[in-house]
Design a protein around this ligand. Structure first.
Ligand code: DON
Length: 574
C-alpha cells in the first residue's frame, strides 16, 4: 500500500472513532471518501451533460435557480428524448431563500374530457395493458410547458425566450448522440418506428440508427420551442402546436382535443411537510404519492436507531423493508388526485399513525404482505423519467422530476411538432386490484375520471435545516422513486455519508406487492442470508434510480453528485 493510501486508510479509521456530531460535520469535504462535485456559487445535477451545462451557463449569467431549472427542463426535452419532454408532465419543488417558503408546482398530465373509468377494459371486463400503454388512448393532456412557464413567471427572473434559447439551439443545430442514446434508440426502434412521424426524427431514412458521435437535429422541435418563445405557453395550448396535437389524436385514435389543451392548468400546491431527526422534509403532495410515503416511512423509521444498526446491515434493511411495505399498502388504497378524492394526508403523515405501524413491525421476522392486504404480481418493467436539482448562490433551490412515463412515452410524435407524447394514463388504476406497469395496485381513489391526474410516485424533495436548504434530491424509477429518494435522505442523515457516497450505496426496495425485497448487486452474501432468515424473499434485479442530488453546507458551499448508474449524467457548478 502506498503511503498516501495508508494515510487515507488511517483517516477513514479515525473517522469511525469520531463522535457522530464530528463525523456529520466532515461529511461534506472529506476527500478520503468517494467525493462529490464541489462548487461555491451554484450547481446543477441532471441526467444529461449538455442540459447541465445549459443550467450552469444560466447561473453564471446571473439567473436564479428557477431560471436555470426551466432552461434545463427545456434542454432535456431536446437532448434526453427518453424522458426530457414537452409532451409529458411532472412536479417541481421551488424553495425561495428570501421568504423561506417552499412551493410545489404540479404539472402532471390530466385525463382528457372523453376519458372514462372503464376505457381500458376489454369486452370481458379485463384490463388491457396494451390500451393504456401502447395506443394513443394512453396519452394524457401534457403539462410540462404550462408547469415550466408558471415556475418561471412566479419565481424566475429571466424572460421565457432567454431560457428557451439554448434548447432551441440544441434542437436546430443538433447535438452529438451519445453511446447511451444510440443504444436506447436501437432498443426502442420497433416501438417508435410504428409511427412515421417519430421514425422520421429518430432514425435515418433507411431505418438505420444514429451512431455515437453523429449529430441528431430536430428542426420541428426547434420550431415548436421557437413558437413557445414567441407566444408563451399559449403556442402549445391554444396555437399551432395545440392544433397539431389535436389533429394527431384524430388521425391516430387518441382522445385529446383542443378544448382539453386549452383547459389545462398547472397548479401551485402546498408541499407535504414532515420532520426527520431534526431536519424538515418538503416533498410532493398528491397527485404524487411520493412525498406522503417518504414522510410516512421516515416517521416509522425515526423510532429505530438506524444509524446504530449501520448502513447496509440486514437489521436496518429489514426495518426499512417493513416500513416500505406498510406505506405501499396504504398507497394502493388511499392515494389519488386530491382534487377528486379525499386523501387522508394528515393521518398518513402523522407521527402517531407511524408509531402504530411501527408497533406492528417485528425486528426479527418479515410480516408477509398478504397479512397486510390482499395481493397480486409485478408486471413488466419499463423506464424513463428524469430528475434534476439546482441550487443558486442565494440558496434558492429547485427539485424537479418529470416524465413521459415509459422511455419516449407512447413513442408517438405529434406530426409536425417534433414533440413526443406521454403514456401517463397507465398510472391510473385501469381496474381495482390490477397492477400498472410498475406493479402498483390502486383502487377507487385512482380510478380514471375526466380531468383527473393519474397517481404518480415522482418525489422531488428538498430537505431543510434551520429553514435553509440542506439537500435537494429525487430520482426516476417508477415505483422505486419513493424508496430511492428515501435512501439518499437516510444515507446522509442517518449514516453520515456525503452526497456521493449516498448516491453510490446499493439500494433496496419493497413495495408491499409483490412480497419481495428487491436489492441491487452489492449487498454482501451474509446480509442477504440474514434477511432470508428473517423471512424476506430476496429479488436481485437491475439497478434502481438515477438520483441527482445537491447538498448545501451552512456557509453556502455546494456538494453534488449524479448517480453513477447512468452514463450521461453530469453534476457541475461554478
Ligand atoms: O409518475 C410516475 O410515477 C411514473 N409515470 C414514473 C415513471 C418512471 O419513473 C419511469 N422511469 N424510470
Amino acid at each position: 500500500m502506498s503511503s498516501v493510501a495508508a494515510s487515507l486508510r488511517a483517516g477513514a479509521i479515525t473517522l469511525l472513532l469520531l463522535s457522530p456530531a464530528l463525523a456529520q460535520q466532515d461529511i461534506y469535504s472529506r476527500m478520503d471518501r468517494i467525493h462529490p462535485v464541489y462548487a461555491p456559487h451554484g450547481m446543477v445535477a441532471s441526467q444529461e451533460r449538455l442540459a447541465t451545462e445549459v443550467g450552469v451557463d444560466i447561473l453564471k449569467a446571473g439567473g436564479n435557480a428557477v431560471d436555470a431549472a426551466v432552461a434545463v427542463g427545456f434542454a432535456l426535452a431536446v437532448t434526453l428524448p427518453q424522458a426530457g419532454n414537452l409532451g409529458g408532465g411532472g412536479f417541481m419543488l421551488v424553495h425561495d431563500a428570501a421568504s423561506g417558503d417552499t412551493a410545489a408546482i404540479d404539472y402532471r398530465e390530466t385525463a382528457p374530457a372523453a376519458a372514462t373509468r372503464d376505457m381500458y377494459l376489454d369486452t370481458d371486463g379485463n384490463a388491457d395493458p396494451n390500451l393504456s400503454r401502447f395506443t394513443p388512448l394512453a396519452i394524457g393532456v401534457p403539462g410540462t410547458v404550462a408547469g415550466l412557464a408558471l415556475a418561471l413567471e412566479r419565481y424566475g427572473t429571466m424572460p421565457l425566450a432567454d431560457v428557451l434559447a439554448p434548447a432551441i439551439r440544441l434542437a436546430e443545430d443538433g447535438f452529438e448522440v451519445t453511446a447511451e442514446l444510440s443504444q436506447s434508440l436501437k432498443r426502442s426502434q420497433e416501438r417508435l418506428s410504428q409511427w412515421p412521424s417519430t421514425a422520421a426524427i429518430f432514425y435515418k431514412p433507411d431505418g438505420a440508427t444514429y451512431e455515437p458521435g453523429e449529430t441528431l437535429m430536430q428542426p420541428d422541435l426547434a420550431a415548436s420551442l421557437g413558437a413557445i418563445a414567441m407566444e408563451g405557453p399559449a403556442a402549445f395550448y391554444e396555437g399551432d402546436i395545440a392544433e397539431a396535437i389535436a389533429a394527431e389524436m384524430e388521425r391516430s385514435g387518441g382522445l385529446i382535443t383542443r378544448d382539453d389543451l386549452s383547459a389545462y392548468k398547472a397548479i401551485v400546491r402546498e408541499p407535504v411537510a414532515g420532520t426527520y431527526r431534526g431536519y424538515d422534509i418538503r416533498s410532493m403532495p398528491p397527485p404524487s404519492s411520493g412525498g406522503t410515503h417518504i414522510v410516512q416511512i421516515l416517521n416509522i423509521l425515526e423510532g429505530f436507531d438506524v444509524a446504530e444498526l449501520g448502513a447496509g446491515s440486514a437489521a436496518a434493511i429489514h426495518l426499512m423493508a417493513e416500513a416500505m411495505k406498510r406505506a405501499y399498502a396504504d398507497r394502493s388504497a388511499f392515494l389519488g388526485d386530491s382534487d377528486f378524492v379525499e386523501v387522508p394526508l394528515a393521518g398518513l403523515t402523522s407521527k402517531a399513525y407511524a408509531a402504530s405501524l411501527r408497533g406492528g413491525i417485528d425486528a426479527d421476522r418479515a410480516t408477509p404482505s398478504e397479512t397486510i392486504a390482499p395481493g397480486t404480481s409485478l408486471a413488466h418493467e419499463s423506464d424513463q423519467t428524469t430528475h434534476f436539482s439546482v441550487i443558486d448562490a442565494n440558496g434558492n433551490a429547485v427539485s424537479n422530476t418529470y416524465t413521459l412515463n415509459f422511455g419516449y412515452g407512447m413513442g408517438l410524435v405529434a406530426e409536425g411538432t417534433g414533440i413526443l407524447l406521454n403514456n401517463e394514463m397507465d398510472d391510473f388504476s385501469a381496474k381495482p386490484g390490477v397492477p400498472n406497469a410498475y406493479g402498483l395496485i390502486g383502487g377507487e381513489a385512482n380510478a380514471i375520471e375526466a380531468g383527473k391526474r393519474p397517481l404518480s410516485s415522482m418525489s422531488p424533495t428538498i430537505v431543510l435545516k434551520d429553514g435553509k436548504v440542506f439537500l435537494v434530491a429525487g430520482s426516476p424509477g417508477g415505483s422505486r422513486i419513493i424508496t430511492t429518494t428515501l435512501q439518499i435522505i437516510m444515507n446522509v442523515i442517518d449514516h453520515g455519508m456525503n452526497v456521493a457516497e449516498a448516491s453510490v450505496a446499493p439500494r433496496i426496495h419493497h413495495q408491499w406487492l409483490p412480497d419481495e425485497l428487491r436489492v441491487e448487486e452489492g449487498l454482501s452474501p451474509d446480509t442477504i442470508r440474514l434477511l432470508e432468515e428473517k423471512g424476506h424473499v430476496i429479488a436481485l434485479k437491475s439497478t434502481m434510480g438515477s438520483t441527482q442530488s445537491i447538498l448545501r453546507r451552512d456557509d453556502g458551499a455546494l456538494f453534488g453528485a449524479s448517480d453513477p448508474r447512468r452514463a450521461t449524467s453530469l453534476t457541475a457548478g461554478h
